[in-house]
Design a protein. Structure first.
Length: 392
């Protein structure tokens, strides 16, 4: 429609000018005057077309930036493979600190959990191979706190110990856990190729061992990556395979994670109504298990689905619910994601002042997390909004 209007606005003055040229009963001076008028109309129309095109390009650039903050929070599996957890639980030197750390984790007190695990890690009397599990546990805590450099350091140290200890087959589940978690770090840093490489290495180990539940977790992560790369069919194939494994073991939390990932893929591939049905199922599971992180995650994803359906008020309501939980449990990654999504809703509603408030709060969180790519995006967004305010 816009193309047709632009064509008429250009062609009209030209046709009128040609008609004037064909007229023989009016003086030349009048023809020249009318041609000048046609030329001015043509120039003005061209100016409007160019201005409209420029505005659309600017809007497209802004939307691209907004949508790069339009994200979901990650659900991160902090469970150790069973073989490692059993070893730590049985060791009298480690049992108390291990149980204490696990208790703090369940209460989302990750700084205290790190201190409890460090008592064991730096205990000179325990064998080196038992330190593998504590390096992974401490790395998990740092990951949740969005201190990715620290998390990576501990995961890689667990791999270094694995290279040195004997009886490596027994420790392979630990290797797959460390590799998968390093993949999560690269995923968060926006490096999908590196993340995929680590996820696939972890999957290969778990399949070799017949550790199906570990394989399901890897398949979910791989599916998430494929979805973000726009490979929706490949994503669903991985996620549905993970779901079947989780159903086989009647693992409710793993089932909820797989359903969540399938729902996200439905949302991103233009099927938000189907996604909402799955998210409601997940919400019931997480409420039953009182899993706060999972409840916040599903609220965020329900918000995304409503946003896709242009139901902005419902989307805003669910983002606010997710934000409240994530602030309570101290999950900075989730807080930053929710703030970014709320900011985008206010942009959609034309309330730039409100959007600016949430983006500035998100910026503080990203600075604390040292998340450079997102800091850069937010600074650009904040500058665009502030520049638009000055122009008004």
């Amino acid at each position: 429609m816009n193309t047709l209007i632009n064509f008429i606005s250009i062609a009209g003055p030209l046709i009128f000018a040609a008609c004037i040229f064909a007229l023989k009963n009016i003086p030349v001076e009048m023809k020249i005057g009318l041609w000048i008028v046609c030329a001015l109309i043509l120039i003005f129309d061209l100016y409007l077309i160019i201005k409209d095109k420029k505005n659309k390009e600017e809007k497209s650039k802004r939307e691209e930036l907004y949508n790069r903050l339009y994200e979901r929070q990650e659900l991160f599996d902090r469970n150790l493979p069973g073989t490692l957890a059993d070893t730590l639980e049985r060791n009298p030197l480690l049992k108390n600190s291990f149980r204490s750390g696990q208790k703090y984790e369940k209460e989302y007190k990750f700084e205290e959990a790190i201190k409890a695990y460090e008592k064991c890690l730096y205990n000179l009397s325990i064998p080196e191979e038992d330190k593998i599990g504590f390096n992974i546990l401490i790395g998990n805590c740092y990951y949740f706190l969005s201190k990715l450099d620290q998390a990576e350091k501990y995961f890689k140290e667990s791999l270094n110990i694995l290279k040195r200890v004997e009886n490596k087959m027994a420790k392979l589940p630990a290797k797959s856990a460390a590799l998968g978690n390093i993949g999560n770090i690269y995923h968060n840093l926006g490096k999908p190729d590196e993340a995929l490489e680590y996820y696939q290495q972890a999957l290969e180990i778990n399949r070799k061992l017949g550790y199906e539940q570990g394989a399901a977790h890897n398949l979910n992560n791989i599916g998430t990556l494929y979805n973000e790369l726009g490979k929706h069919d490949e994503a669903l194939k991985c996620q549905e395979e993970a779901l079947e494994i989780s159903k086989k073991f009647k693992d409710e939390q793993a089932i909820a994670n797989s359903l969540t990932n399938i729902g996200i893929t439905y949302t991103d591939s233009g099927k938000p109504e189907e996604a909402l049905k799955l998210f409601q199922e997940v919400l019931e599971i997480n409420k039953k298990n009182k899993y706060q992180e999972g409840i916040a995650n599903v609220f965020n994803n329900i918000g995304l689905a409503h946003s896709n359906l242009r139901e902005t008020n419902q989307a805003l309501d669910y983002y606010q619910k997710a934000l409240k939980i994530n602030k309570k449990i101290g999950y900075k990654e989730g807080v930053a994601t929710n703030l970014g999504n709320i900011g985008l809703i206010y942009i959609t509603l034309g309330k730039s002042e409100e959007a600016l408030k949430y983006y500035q709060e998100a910026l503080e969180v990203f600075i604390h997390m040292n998340a450079e790519p997102r800091i850069e995006i937010l600074l650009k967004l904040i500058k665009i909004i502030e520049d638009e305010k000055k122009e008004k």
